[in-house]
Design a protein around this ligand. Structure first.
Ligand code: SF4
Length: 228
């Protein structure tokens, strides 16, 4: 398992738990507003093999959970054995994913390796490729979300409300999704590093928190469990 970064203790990344957060490199998307661009362009560091495993082992009983984030963790070949190792130590596990690999999620569910999933739904189906690039498709993400719903596992769906998504896009997305246990609208912040060709999109004025709160109320008509 290649790990490029670690936050040793966080109270905000795993709902209700103290957890360490691991960042894996590489992603099959290329969202122009990605906040982890170094994980996409290969300029990231790589932690010494075994360092993270030792750290996690030592923190047993001091931390409640481990969050695997990225990049896109489901692209890592040895994700499943790595998750098995963490579960054996008694941790709660959360996986952050762009939802593009339903087959990997199905395996994780089959082995009961993950306690909580956060899945991004980034754009209405018709605009997925424009916003996420790579070989992105809403269909795969929706398949992942349906698998999670069927499995009864804990999960949330998240959308970063980038300025390029209009009100009608957000309503369309809320209707494309099945009703999910928690739908989180996150406010957009411009990333520190981005591709020069995207500077106009990056600098577009974001929604205010007040505007997002108003959207949350309206979207609850289709997604009753929407929060921001
Ligand atoms: S899916 Fe996430 S990690 Fe991948 S490019 Fe988009 S924002 Fe970045």
């Amino acid at each position: 398992m290649i790990i490029s970064g670690m936050v040793k203790s966080s109270l905000v990344d795993y709902p209700g738990l103290a957890a360490c957060v691991l960042f894996v490199p590489g992603c099959n998307y290329n969202c122009f507003y990605c906040h982890n661009r170094s994980l996409l362009d290969g300029t990231h560091e790589v932690l010494f093999p075994g360092y993270v495993e030792k750290f996690i082992e030592k923190r047993t009983g001091l931390l409640d959970g481990v969050v695997i984030s990225g990049g896109e963790p489901t692209l890592q070949k040895d994700l499943i054995p790595f998750m098995k190792m963490i579960k054996k130590l008694g941790y709660k596990l959360k996986l952050d994913t762009n939802g593009s690999s339903p087959a990997v999620i199905e395996k994780i569910l089959e082995y009961e390796l993950c306690d909580y999933f956060a899945v991004d739904y980034k754009a209405p189906a018709g605009r997925y490729e424009e916003i996420c690039q790579g070989n992105s498709s809403a269909e795969a993400v929706l398949n992942t979300i349906h698998l999670l719903l069927k499995s009864n596992s804990g999960f949330e769906v998240r959308t970063t409300v980038i300025p390029q998504l209009g009100r009608s896009d957000l309503f369309t997305m809320a209707q494309e999704l099945p009703v999910v246990p928690k739908y989180v609208l996150n406010r957009y912040r411009a990333p520190d590093s981005y591709n020069k060709c995207d500077s106009i999109r990056i600098m577009q004025k974001p929604y205010t928190q007040q505007e997002i709160s108003t959207l949350v109320q309206a979207i609850r008509e289709h997604q009753p469990n929407t929060i921001s």
